[in-house]
Design a protein around this ligand. Structure first.
Ligand code: ATP
Ligand code: AH0
Length: 371
């Protein structure tokens, strides 16, 4: 089945979309992908929404501007999809389902609340395709963290692309970072590892930059060890998985007072250090680290990972993947798993009581469900 995954992650940089042709199990052929960046004004709206969302007590609530914003997010996705589908080669045109993540504005696993803004039914009507959405909620209802979800896909990729190098860890360095530990057999283990790019983005935003492109700002700075230690001493890092983070759980507080360049360098070191600390919570040492997500383009994060790991650390492209598209591909893969009633999460990935499927299915009026 050809599935289109849509991810708008915690970096709030835009919409990633990617096609996969998959059975939701072992078979995965990766297809074309796209990225539509958010403009600065819209990114500012999303940032403000994180504050408004703090008022949410039950996940259906949409206080203040959130209802209108949810519609706008959905319509931006619909436009991006329409444009993408228009230019596709014949091989990929027959899309059966869309997996829609939406924009997380609140994630409080301890309270059992996670909110992704996005109206799957509206998207389905607009693009004329079945949509699977709200994929985190069922996991939380089953006692899970509601994140990370990408691990089932990471496991399928690792087992097909580098079966001889398992156990391996696939790392996603988005706004927040998360890892999947993939053993040769059995279910993956996963958890959020700490801040990825979000703090770096916030830090350089003070100087008018959207992000530290290729680590150019950090290249002129030095790691401030006291600040780095203050971050890495936080109890989150000693806690075993399953665990997951809200975008606002880590702040710039520990970096305050540093200069622009030292701050950018220190926060890159914190991102790497946070990921390296994950090893203490894994059942055995991995043989390989594979890095996906925008953070793999920050040479300081990758360099610090290489310096701290005793095994090879490679980027997604070195195993034939597109590290910008992996998470979007995962949402397509998970949509197919949802249609087939297969688990999205496992006790070892989110802490759910038992392996659980999830997702809400919306079909355009007059059409029957894809399957
Ligand atoms: N050339 C680059 N150099 C340094 N950092 C980069 C570069 N390109 C992108 N990034 C960083 O990657 C971020 C985007 O990463 P990504 O798209 O993986 O995040 P995301 O979609 O929010 O993911 P998640 O849902 O996993 O948090 C940007 O905000 C930026 O910080
Ligand atoms: C609640 C939420 O949106 N969490 C995201 C976020 O971004 C990275 C990290 O925190 C991760 O656990 C999760 O996304 C990934 C892609 C996932 O669910 O697998």
């Amino acid at each position: 089945m050809i599935a289109l995954g849509l991810m708008s992650g915690t970096s709030m940089d835009g919409i990633d979309g990617a096609l996969v042709d998959t059975d939701g199990e072992k078979a995965v052929e990766r297809g074309p992908s796209f990225f539509v960046p958010y403009d600065d004004a819209f990114r500012a709206k999303l940032t403000a929404a994180l504050e408004t969302a703090k008022r949410i007590r039950t996940r259906e609530e949409r206080p203040g501007e959130l209802a209108a914003l949810e519609r706008e997010i959905t319509l931006r996705h619909a436009d991006a999809v329409a444009q993408f589908l228009d230019g596709l080669p014949a091989r990929w045109r027959d899309v059966s389902v869309v997996g829609f993540h939406g924009q997380t504005v609140l994630h409080r696993p301890a309270e059992g609340v996670t909110v992704q803004l996005g109206e799957g039914a509206l998207l389905s009507e607009r693009v004329g395709l079945p949509v699977v959405w709200d994929m985190r909620a069922a996991d939380m209802e089953a006692g899970g963290q509601g994140a990370p979800l990408v691990s089932a896909y990471h496991a399928a990729l690792a087992r097909s692309l580098f079966p001889d190098r398992l156990p391996a860890v696939i790392v996603n360095i988005g706004g927040i970072s998360n890892i999947s530990f993939v053993p040769a057999k059995g279910e993956p283990i996963a958890f959020d590892t700490g801040p990825g790019n979000a703090l770096i983005d916030q830090w350089v935003a003070r100087s008018g930059l959207a992000y530290d492109a290729d680590g150019a700002v950090a290249a002129k700075g030095r790691v401030a060890e006291a600040a780095q230690d203050a971050y890495l001493a936080k109890p989150f890092f000693s806690q075993p998985g399953p665990k997951s983070l809200d975008r606002l759980d880590f702040t710039l507080a520990e970096a305050e007072g540093l200069g622009l360049e030292d701050g950018a360098r220190t926060l890159a070191a914190v991102s790497a250090g946070a990921i390296l600390r994950a090893v203490e919570h894994l059942p055995e040492a991995p043989k390989l680290w594979v890095i996906c997500g925008g953070g793999r383009k920050n040479p300081h994060i990758v360099g610090d990972l290489r310096a701290g790991a005793s095994v090879p650390v490679i980027v997604a492209e070195e195993v034939g993947l597109d590290g910008d598209a992996t998470e979007a591909e995962a949402w397509g893969y998970l949509a197919v798993r949802s249609l087939r009633g297969l688990p999205l999460t496992y006790p070892g990935t989110t802490g759910c009581r038992e392996a659980v499927t999830g997702g809400v299915h919306s079909v355009p009026k007059g059409k029957s469900e894809a399957a």
